[in-house]
Write a protein that binds this ligand. Structure first.
Ligand code: C2O
Ligand code: CU
Ligand code: CU
Length: 544
């Protein structure tokens, strides 16, 4: 695309979108590639090291005993490259991709669903046209060719559907998978590898009595985001993982639509984090627990040395309180709640908090081995960005979480496919400071009484904010309203590494610093509670 001028390019995008909308409305099923940026042909000048066919299709898999479950699944086929680049996993998730920094990747994405679909490589730094922006969604039978070089350092990323207004439903039905990247710096560390390097993709689901996924979104589900009552790890329930008495590397991805986990070990063992969204940390960090919001990743080091064969260590989600949860209960107590609203507040009141300990995965010691790698003291060198690196020192780009008309917004706007405002224009090759704010007092007096109950409840929802493109760093986090709920989660943030998704609590202001190098174009930023994203809590940055 680099040989197309910006003006031409944007004009083509515009045509693509209008033509697409109008045509599909008038003649459903008609595929017209005129005027559309349908990147459906490989570029012969691009010499791929790894080539993969990736097909999104409906299928049935065994998840629970008895009847199979209808899902959407990414089916992968390695066309070129090392065998290890693609690993199929049991269950409904897509294959795990393992790439090396510097490799050139071609992925031929085929949509065999009877609805629109497009795939995004979450965390990867790629050009606009390779990023899976929802404007590139393809119809049944179409192909979209992705070609990009891996610029990211070693770390754990993922891919998932990014179809406008359908992301929640499509990811829920299975359209997600993990991307592992490795590089030389990481390999020198000799971290646990092979069978000692485990993907842990956590999702929650609801099943009907005949084993089908249910995704019924009542109004409050949409507000709070979908919460399921079964926990799945790597697409399976009751996860039991046999391990040896040695150290492991766990790549944990929260692939849930909306559930926020407070991860800890059942016996009180400290969490040892070695990586976040964007890759390894400078050095391992110990925490009592770690908060993991949708789309966030954390890599843990866990050493089972010295544990008795037959014993278990359980990764759990611990209890925490939602901020403002007391308000909901208080209101119910004084009888100002009515019927439907009461039920909604009920669900919300215990809502963001989690009153129950949930078992995520049981690690069962089944074999004693002699020795184990030692946890490195230092991991990777990291260039720490500071205020001095900001290219436009007078500018702070706002990402203000808000709501209007019973819907969440960013900077007072909802998503429009190719729309961006003045504050969303970013000069190429700059480093920007951004302020993500979640002002829970925004509603002022509206917090009490009638309508305020609903508003207050909505304002008390935390939002994991994700920005496409390069990873960012956290400059600071300020909580203007610390209270009991916040106390129960505040020690679980890892703000020292590279991030692409950050959990922002009510009353919080998080300053981040982010480079916008290499690629011009439209890059979305949004809440990664998929129900919020689908209701339009998403905007574009336009880099030029
Ligand atoms: Cu993981 Cu724009 O998303
Ligand atoms: Cu992304
Ligand atoms: Cu949100």
């Amino acid at each position: 695309m680099s040989n197309i001028t910006n003006i031409n390019y944007r004009r083509r995008q515009f045509l693509q979108y209008t033509a697409f909308g109008a045509l599909t409305a008038a003649l459903p099923g008609l595929v017209l590639s005129e005027n559309r940026v349908l990147n459906n042909k490989p570029n012969s000048a691009f010499k791929a090291d790894v080539e993969i066919d990736l097909i999104a299709r409906p299928t049935e898999v065994a998840i629970l005993s008895g009847k199979h479950t209808r899902v959407f699944q990414y089916h992968g086929k390695l066309i070129k490259g090392p065998q290890a680049a693609l690993k199929t996993v049991p269950g409904y998730l897509g294959p795990i991709f393992s790439f090396q920094k510097g490799q050139k990747i071609r992925i031929n994405f085929y949509n065999q669903l009877s609805e629109l679909c497009i795939t995004h490589w979450h965390g990867l730094h790629v050009p606009q046209i390779m990023d899976g922006h929802p404007m590139y969604a393809i119809s049944h039978g179409e192909r979209y060719v992705y070609e990009f070089e891996i610029k990211n350092p070693a770390g754990t990323n993922w891919y998932h559907s990014h179809t406008h207004e359908l992301t929640g439903a499509q990811v829920y039905q299975g359209l997600a998978g993990m991307i592992i990247i490795s590089d030389d710096v990481e390999q020198k560390l000799e971290l646990p590898s092979g069978e000692y390097d485990l993907p842990i993709i956590i999702q929650d689901r609801n099943f009907t009595h005949d084993n089908q996924l249910s995704f019924n979104l009542r109004r409050h589900d949409r507000m709070r985001g979908f919460l399921g009552n079964s926990i799945l790890v790597n697409g399976q329930v009751n996860s039991l993982i046999p391990v040896k008495t040695r150290a492991y590397r766990l790549r944990i991805l929260n692939g849930s639509n909306a559930r926020i986990y407070k991860l800890g070990w059942n016996d009180g063992t400290a969490i040892t984090a070695i990586g976040t969204d964007g890759g390894l940390l400078e050095k391992p960090q110990n925490l009592p627990y770690v908060m993991l919001a949708p789309a966030e990743r954390v890599e843990l080091w866990v050493d089972f040395s010295g544990r008795k064969p037959g014993s278990e260590l359980i990764l759990q989600s611990l209890t925490y309180q939602g901020t403002h949860s007391t308000m909901g209960r208080g209101m119910m107590g004084n009888g100002s709640m009515r019927h439907g609203m009461g039920r909604m507040m009920d669900a919300m009141g215990s809502g963001f908090g989690q009153d129950e300990v949930i078992d995520i995965a049981k690690f069962q010691i089944h074999e004693q081995v002699g020795d184990s790698p030692k946890l490195p003291v230092e991991l990777i060198p990291m260039r720490r960005l500071t205020e001095r690196d900001v290219s436009q020192p007078d500018r702070t780009i706002p990402i203000a979480i808000g709501m209007q008309h019973m819907s969440f917004q960013l900077n007072d706007r909802t998503f429009v496919m190719q729309d961006y405002g003045e504050s969303e224009k970013i000069p190429l090759n700059t480093i920007q400071r951004m302020k993500i704010s979640h002002d829970s007092h925004m509603m002022g007096g509206g917090m009490h009484g009638g309508r305020g109950g609903m508003m207050g409840m909505m304002m008390s929802i935390p939002h994991p904010i994700h920005v496409h493109g390069q990873q960012f760093q956290v400059l600071s986090r300020r909580q203007s309203n610390p209270e009991k709920g916040y106390e129960s989660i505040k020690d679980g943030f890892i703000d020292s590494g590279w991030k692409d998704t950050i959990l922002v609590m009510p009353g919080e202001e998080v300053d981040i610093i982010k480079p916008f190098n290499d690629y011009t174009g439209l890059f979305p930023y949004h809440c990664h509670i998929l129900e919020h994203e689908d209701m339009g809590m998403m905007r574009n940055f336009y880099v030029s």
